[in-house]
Design a protein around this ligand. Sequence first.
Ligand SMILES: Nc1ncnc2c1ncn2[C@@H]1O[C@H](COP(=O)(O)OP(=O)(O)OP(=O)(O)O)[C@@H](O)[C@H]1O
Ligand SMILES: [Mg+2]
Length: 346
Amino acid sequence: MSAEEPLLSVRDLRISFDGAEAVRGLSFDVRAGEVLALAGESGAGKSLTARALLGLVPRDAAVRGSVRLRGRGPSGQRAAGTELVGASRRTLAGLWGRRVAFVPQDALSALSPVHPVGDQIAAAVRSLHGVTRREAQGRAAGALDRVGVPAARLGAYPHELSGGMRQRAVIALATAGDPELVVADEPTTALDPDLRDQVLGLLAERRETTGGSLVLVTHDLEAVRERADRVLVLYAGRHAESGPAAPVLARPRAPYTAGLLASLPPAVPVPGRGRRLPAIGGTPPAPGEPATGCAFAPRCPLADGRCRAEVPAPRPVGAPADGREVSCHHAAGLPASLTALFREAA
Ligand SMILES: Nc1ncnc2c1ncn2[C@@H]1O[C@H](COP(=O)(O)OP(=O)(O)OP(=O)(O)O)[C@@H](O)[C@H]1O
Ligand SMILES: [Mg+2]
């Protein structure tokens, strides 16, 4: 494990609306150059958490805890970091595009409908790098070329581009300032499978080309398996399980992760099991509920009295070097194949 300071440190992050907590005390790091996936069902708090990494929380949200972006000093020196919770608009505006950038699910919402995409990227390049108009146009063409948008499309308006081209243009726009962190919220939901692979490839490749980190919010556990170094599984605004993506998905240790996986069709059809497996029974709780105990207990085949009374804290499982953590009172004595347990229960 590297002793390098994480790019971003999140500590006890809590986001609430009218007193109901939707994100309920999350702590995790984003390491420099890694792809970290945030997974979990709808309403788990993935988008709120992802946006908080950029200081982009809804106006009516109350945010507590800490999201700290490490300092960027001359090489070898440690500069002071920046706290994003409660940061001024001015501080945040100085970071957006330069150090942290956001790729939303809906590409249209990120682009202005009334300007050609090439001009929008050139304007971003000018404001970030202070270069001449001509230079900015050249860099915009380069940025679009890198994501596979041909130069002939520089003058196109967003509505004239296909969904895939628009999503690429948004990636070019977000990465025009070479940010250290890109946060992408379900960037491929609207795309067909070929485009999905291309867009995920483009986002993940930045690690090789620029050493940038990626936080990928996704429902798509296949994308996590293919692209992520580590995964953080959320349930009802809390940590359920985290660790290196491959072992977490191959052998989940949190009942909730197992349930999520059990509800997926097998990647390779298993003889006699090629059908779609049933989803986890029940629904996730609303923000703020339940007040006590493990939020997954009502849906968990292993739940007992303690689970209903006491919120489980994340605890290490496996070899310490793996950095795996599970939030489950039964973590020490879980059955070997949790996924099978869900298949039986369903
Ligand atoms: N502006 C808001 N006002 C009130 N509640 C909100 C607001 N934004 C989010 N929430 C609530 O917070 C919870 C988490 O929302 P979030 O959007 O982070 O979920 P998510 O994991 O991204 O889900 P999805 O997979 O559907 O995108 C949800 O229950 C949602 O209703
Ligand atoms: Mg979301």
